[in-house]
Write a protein that binds this ligand. Structure first.
Ligand code: ZN
Length: 329
């Protein structure tokens, strides 16, 4: 099959579009014909190399996959060949106490597609049967691939960890990122008031179209001052942080008394690891909301698989609003 592969860590130029052997599914696994694979900042970290994380080389990146089942292992019973699927990125042992109690994010073998195992920037990817979710019929493959990692992360941060309540004020940093576009929609769905930040007025306009009530241009305005003004000096109940050092002080200063700050970290490799440990139960309610068009994937731009290096460079330049997706024909 054709795949995007890197043999050493480095810039986008280490990504090679090349031929590799087709993966062979084990008895409890399936082979998925990839139709689209969305990029995440994780792809950039994995490609560049992370301290104390020995990524197996050569490596195929890519965590967010939508496609069709091409082949099933001998023990697979819940999916059939030809079925359209979107893949849950978290891969675990499925057998330990953490896994069987539904806390598979605490599995000692937890990893993501494209992280410690080969991912979806290829014509085929091998995954456990339990990672297959039905692909919502109202979405293209590119839109479906734009959902899993950012929506699971934003949902877990706002709902499971911050326990967001209706009527609360939420500050969403970096509205133009994939995780920011998910956070705005989830916060609005739960009845919160959303203040979004971005580096351009054009991105703030798009954030408003997604439901944000107020916008702060962090290049021309001081986040903490604007938050104080909008909230009548009270501050916000929840800060949704993923930018890191550049916004951290403003994030803390924007919190109301007893406010909660949730972060999935975006500045260092170590923080990136924490990002991956969010629980992904396979019946997550947000998939139902996506199928009902209540939550929408935001695709900024698509590239053909062969142009993965250009797609990485584009994502690194932070011009996008929403997801950058590779299309596999
Ligand atoms: Zn386990």
């Amino acid at each position: 099959m054709k795949a995007i592969l890197f043999r050493q860590h480095g810039g986008p130029e280490v990504l090679q579009f090349t031929d590799v052997p087709d993966p062979e599914p084990r008895p409890t696994e399936v082979l998925v014909r990839v139709r689209a694979c969305a990029l995440n900042h994780l792809d950039l970290w994995v490609r560049g190399g992370l301290p104390n994380v020995p990524i197996p080389l050569p490596h195929i990146p890519g965590s967010d996959v939508a496609g069709e089942i091409a082949k099933i292992g001998s023990e697979v019973t819940t999916v059939r060949v030809g079925q359209k699927v979107v893949l849950a990125p978290g891969v675990t042992c499925g057998k330990c106490a953490a896994c069987i109690s539904g806390q598979d994010n605490r599995c000692r073998q937890f990893t993501n597609l494209g992280y410690m195992i080969d991912g979806g920037c290829a014509e085929f990817v091998r995954v456990p049967e339990v990672n297959c979710l039905s692909c919502p019929e109202n979405l293209s493959f590119e839109q479906a691939a734009a959902i899993p990692l950012v929506f699971q992360t934003a949902w877990h941060m706002l709902i499971a960890r911050a326990q967001l309540q209706p009527g609360e004020d939420v500050l969403v940093l970096g509205a133009g990122s994939g995780v920011g576009t998910a956070a705005i929609q989830i916060a609005k769905f739960f009845g919160a008031r959303v203040i979004a930040t971005a580096g351009s007025d054009e991105k703030l306009q798009k954030a408003r179209e997604l439901g944000a009530d107020h916008g702060i241009n962090h290049k021309s305005q001081k986040i903490r001052d604007e938050v104080r003004r909008i909230t009548n000096k009270r501050g916000v109940d929840v800060v949704f942080e993923h930018v890191g050092t550049a916004t951290w002080d403003d994030s803390l200063a924007s919190l109301a008394l007893a406010g909660r700050l949730v972060t999935c970290g975006a500045t260092t490799g170590y923080d990136a690891k924490i990002d991956l440990r969010f629980l992904f139960s396979r019946q997550l309610s947000f998939m139902k909301l996506v199928a009902a068009s209540r939550l929408k994937p935001v695709v900024d731009r698509t590239f053909p698989l062969a142009e993965a290096a250009a797609a990485h460079a584009y994502l690194e330049s932070a011009q996008q609003f929403g997801k950058v997706v590779l299309k596999v024909l």
